[in-house]
Design a protein around this ligand. Structure first.
Ligand SMILES: Nc1ncnc2c1ncn2[C@@H]1O[C@H](COP(=O)(O)OP(=O)(O)OP(=O)(O)O)[C@@H](O)[C@H]1O
Ligand SMILES: [Mg+2]
Length: 1024
């Protein structure tokens, strides 16, 4: 509606209810024309769609347009057949009510095209993807080319005119997915099989087969590729029509469609055999024998009989004879030429009609939904032959136009009724609109016993001489006064010129149609001779066999006439349609010449009138141009009133009232129904709509701002929640880490404590960790606390379990230190230490002061070698050592300071001042060296006076602070450890006089060396 309102000034109005001058047909047609010229072929009258045939392709039927219309409210987009389809489909789903779309209009107005568009639209309502659904969808769509090939033909009105009525139910499951379909067909115009008017063609399939079949197929069927050759094809046109129809391409399409609809190769072969069988009957000519009976040459039949696999002779006999059952006895009589030709044509028509029936059944089987138990809703599509007027109108046109009459009546009743009901239901007063009710015409045709069909039946069934003429006479006599009936007999002088003697005229809702009664009785009787039926029963072609069941032959009851059958089936169709919720599409033809861009006012005007569109509009506008449910109205316009914007809390009806008050609607402008508001004038609605458009700008700005705010807020919230989530995740991660660490720590501590408790046990799993740790710790501790000198005897304490390792390490370490120490020693130091070793060997645990002496390093020499060598003449000897000593005189033990020099061969005692040699003791003469075990520093050199060349002065009693050093050097020089004697208390020594002296060692309170009264040297040592 919105779009319609916007565009109203540009290309007319999209809904006629908005047309100001709604009572004017001219304004109506002008509006259609204005839109038609802009390729806007669709216009609404409320919910009814008016469609004007553009006779050219317009790009408004693609998938994107389908998507635009899907699930959008009917009035919200420009009028379109998809909007009607969508509304019907959605109503079916929403209200679970079966729907039907009634498409009406005269021949060539676009009904079939419209029905195809709807079918295409609903086939795309696919809510599930599955092979089965695709299969159903394909078959629904592909059933069209097949039925059009067999049921449509070129007429002077329409190149693809439907020559049968079609009602198709598309079945949907509860999800709204197409799951199957059923087609009902109505009265095929079979007379076309044998006869076509000038400019018209037979059914498409004949031309398609001749032009499109492969040479092999043609060969097999025994047909040529020249359509002009065939009597059944060349009566209306003399050549194939290349303008709008491409039979070759269409044949390929049909074959593909047959495949899709489950026709096997065998089925197709049988099917085309029957088509060829019908076609070739047109080529049969009869001869006359002497008795004026018709005969036929058997040779001409073999090609035909092969097609359905029957005996040539049987075929020949059936075509030239007529059998009837008289009181159970079959009586056969020959046919004359005329009768035989009639029988041949009747046979061809009958076979083709039954073939068409078989085809519809077969398609229905392929469309049948797989799961029968599923409850389905249906959407029906009625595409029936349109009202038509030809130069010569026969029984078929009579039926077709009667059918259109019935549909028109249905339309009138339903539209007026529903409109009226609405006002009634809503409690609105309305003025009844006068319209032409064509019930009178319907009654004229079908009422019993006075209707035309009844009279026709009567004439067909009546014994005695009956003919088309007697039928017309009866019509004239019975219906002569009827306002919608005219015959030559009943017409006045002026009208008689237009109605021939064998014609009658009906004033249909869509105009006057003159019908020729020629053939009415035959066509209504629709008889096929028994011989031909029996022949068909005996054929081996499965289709012909099925088309002519033997039950038909056994049934002796006369079947209903064609007219009555059609009337009955139409009645059933009306019941079907009435049981469904209808939608209407009214098709209009813009010109009679199938031309695009040509809009003939007069032609359109005529259709607008007879279709009752003006009445339809008037009813729709009876008082009110626009109505809407309160909900919808309030929803759309609530922004125009502060009281209702943004929400109205009370009942919607009150909200609408408030809105109307605010918009200053006058009392005349609108009425409040029970559930709808009715607006009388379009201008009121337009003003409201314009106000809404202005308001929309403000709202758009507001919405924009709100949206931006909302968008930013959303972005912010998203960011914030992301931050929170990241932080929470991070915290969780850290906490988990801490927890794991703590858990591991607790486990380790527990293990450690356990290990500590069991530390004394041999290494096992329980204490392994503790022990390893202890080891590690010990080794680390050891690293910092290793003794680093040979003399450092310290060593860290270790766990019990490591005692052995500790000891080993300690020894290793000591060895290492010693080794390093040794490597680092100088030669002098080494010599010194070797001397210390000798000292240890000599004195350790033998002399008390030894321990104190250890730390005092030995020197090479205590006195200057230079000075010594000046005074002591040494030739072969080297000085090894020298030091100061105290010499105790051998006479009275007086103390004298002397120097002791040790060489490689002897020891010298020198004067301490001038270093003059006082004594030389050759090592040969040195018998021993004595010292005490105490701490004193006295030592005695025992000399062998006999050996000593010097004057014998006795042994030397000496003392020195460097006792150990001197003795060690001396022992080393002598190279005899045994020379040293450690005495305990007393030591005797030899004096120069040969006497013996004695040195007594004792411990006491004082440390002194004195001469005792008994002339002994007493060496006293402080006890410690
Ligand atoms: N919407 C359309 N767009 C383009 N061309 C169309 C449209 N509708 C109809 N036509 C053209 O008009 C021709 C006749 O239309 P269609 O066969 O639908 O008429 P009909 O009402 O079914 O006639 P009949 O009653 O004879 O069957 C089509 O073959 C096509 O060329
Ligand atoms: Mg049609």
């Amino acid at each position: 509606m919105e779009a319609a309102l916007h565009a109203r000034d540009k290309v007319g109005v999209q809904d006629f209810v908005l047309l100001e001058d709604f009572k004017s047909v001219t304004a109506f047609v002008e509006n259609l024309k204005k839109r038609f010229q802009e390729n806007l072929i669709y216009t609404y009258i409320g919910p009814v769609l008016i469609s004007v045939n553009p006779y050219k392709s317009i790009n408004i039927y693609n998938d994107s347009v389908i998507e635009t219309y899907r699930n959008v409210n009917f009035y919200e987009l420009p009028p379109h057949i998809y909007a009607v389809s969508d509304a019907a489909y959605r109503a079916m789903r929403r209200e679970f009510h079966d729907q039907c779309v009634l498409i009406s209009g005269e021949s060539g107005s676009g009904k079939t095209e419209a029905s195809k568009k709807i079918l295409h639209y609903i086939a795309t309502c696919n809510h599930q993807e599955s092979n089965e659904i695709d299969r159903v969808k394909d078959r629904l769509l592909q059933s069209n080319p097949i039925l059009e090939a067999f049921g449509n033909a070129k007429t002077n009105r329409n190149d693809n005119s439907s020559r049968f009525g079609k009602y198709m139910d598309v079945q949907f499951d509860f999800k709204g997915t197409p799951v199957g379909g059923v087609i009902l067909n109505y009265l095929l115009e079979k007379s076309r099989v044998v006869k076509q008017a000038t400019g018209e063609r037979n059914f498409h399939i004949f031309y398609q087969l001749v032009e499109g079949a492969s040479p092999e197929m043609r060969n097999a069927l025994g047909i040529s590729d020249d359509v002009t050759k065939y009597h059944y094809l060349n009566q209306g046109i003399q050549a194939a029509d290349p303008s709008t129809i491409n039979d070759k391409e269409d044949f390929a399409t049909v074959c593909q469609a047959l495949k899709t609809c489950d026709f096997s190769a065998e089925d197709q072969k049988d099917l085309f055999s029957v088509v060829a069988f019908v076609l070739l009957h047109g080529e049969l000519t009869f001869n006359e024998d002497k008795e004026n009976n018709a005969t036929i040459a058997l040779e001409s039949l073999s090609a035909i009989s092969n097609l359905v696999e029957c005996e040539d002779s049987q075929l020949a006999s059936a075509l030239t004879n007529k059998s009837i059952m008289a009181e159970g006895v079959k009586v056969t009589s020959p046919l004359n030429l005329e009768q035989a030709s009639y029988a041949r044509d009747a046979f061809a028509k009958g076979v083709y009609e039954r073939l068409f029936g078989w085809l519809v059944n077969k398609i229905n089987r392929s469309l049948a939904k797989e799961k029968q138990q599923t409850k389905t809703r249906v959407l029906g599509l009625l595409d029936i032959y349109g009202f038509e007027i030809f130069d010569t109108n026969s029984f078929e046109q009579f039926c077709i136009n009667y059918c259109n009459e019935k549909l028109q009546q249905l339309f009138i009743t339903l539209t007026l009724k529903s409109e009226q009901d609405e006002y009634l239901n809503e409690g609105i007063e309305w003025e009844p609109v006068q319209y032409f009710n064509n019930k009178i015409i319907c009654d004229l045709v079908d009422s019993k016993p006075t209707g035309i069909i009844s009279i026709l039946d009567e004439e067909c069934l009546r014994p005695g001489a009956t003919s088309d003429e007697t039928f017309l006479e009866k019509l004239s006599s019975r219906l002569g006064g009827h306002p919608h009936f005219l015959s030559h007999a009943s017409a006045d002088v002026a009208d008689r010129k237009n109605i021939k003697r064998h014609e009658f005229q009906l004033l249909h809702y869509a105009g006057e149609v003159t019908y020729s009664t020629e053939g009415f009785l035959d066509k209504n009787n629709d008889l096929l001779y028994r011989d031909l039926k029996e022949l068909m029963l005996s054929t081996k072609n499965p289709i012909t066999k099925q088309c002519f069941p033997d039950t038909e032959l056994k049934n002796m009851k006369r079947p209903d006439t064609a007219g009555t059958q059609f009337k009955i089936s139409l009645g059933q169709l009306m019941d079907i349609l009435l049981s469904k919720q209808p939608s209407y599409i009214r098709c209009i033809k813009p010109n009679d010449n199938k031309q695009s861009n040509v809009f003939v006012n007069q032609i359109v005007r005529h259709q607008v009138k007879y279709l009752g569109l003006m009445e339809n509009l008037r009813v729709r506008r009876a008082g009110f141009a626009y109505r809407r449910h309160y909900d919808n109205f309030l929803h759309r316009y609530k922004s125009l009133c502060p009281e209702t914007w943004p929400f109205y809390k009370g009942p919607t009806k009150d909200g609408v009232s408030a809105l109307c008050r605010h918009l200053q609607y006058t009392e005349e402008d609108y009425k409040m129904g029970r559930s709808k508001i009715f607006i009388r004038f379009p201008r009121v609605l337009f003003a409201t709509e314009d106000a809404l458009q202005l308001r929309k700008h403000d709202l758009a700005t507001e919405i924009q701002a709100k949206f931006r705010g909302f968008f930013q807020q959303k972005a912010y919230q998203k960011m914030r929640s992301s931050v929170t989530r990241i932080a929470a995740t991070w915290k969780m991660y850290c906490a988990k880490k801490i927890m794991c660490t703590r858990r591991d720590a607790a486990r380790t501590i527990r293990r450690f404590i356990n290990g500590f408790i069991q530390r004394k046990k041999p290494l096992c799993h329980e204490n392994e960790m503790y022990v390893n740790h202890a080891r590690y710790k010990f080794v680390l501790h050891l690293l910092d606390n290793l003794p680093n000198s040979v003399l450092d005897k310290s060593w860290p304490t270790c766990p019990d379990i490591l005692q052995q390792a500790s000891d080993d390490l300690r020894e290793l370490n000591m060895r290492n230190i010693v080794r390093s120490y040794c490597i680092g020693l100088t030669t002098e130091k080494k010599t010194q230490l070797e001397q210390k070793v000798v000292a240890e060997r000599l004195f350790k645990n033998k002399k008390s002061s030894y321990d104190q002496s250890i730390a005092v390093p030995f020197e090479d020499s205590r006195l200057s070698k230079k000075r010594i060598t000046k005074t002591v003449k040494l030739t072969t000897e080297d000085i090894l050592y020298s030091c100061m000593v105290t010499k105790y005189d051998r006479n009275g033990y007086r103390q004298r300071q002397r120097c002791l020099v040790i060489t490689t061969e002897s020891a010298y005692v020198l004067n301490e001042k001038n270093f003059k040699v006082k004594e030389r003791i050759s090592f040969n003469c040195l018998k021993g060296i004595s010292t005490s075990a105490l701490k004193d520093a006295v030592f005695i050199l025992h000399v062998d006076s006999t050996q000593n060349n010097a004057k014998t002065k006795g042994d030397f009693v000496l003392s020195s602070d460097f006792l150990y050093e001197a003795i060690v050097k001396l022992v080393i020089a002598v190279q005899n450890d045994e020379i040293l004697h450690i005495v305990s208390e007393r030591c005797t020594h030899r004096m120069s006089s040969g006497k013996e002296g004695s040195v007594e060692f004792n411990t006491g309170a004082k440390s002194l060396v004195t001469r005792s009264k008994n002339k002994m040297l007493v060496v006293g040592i402080i006890s410690c």
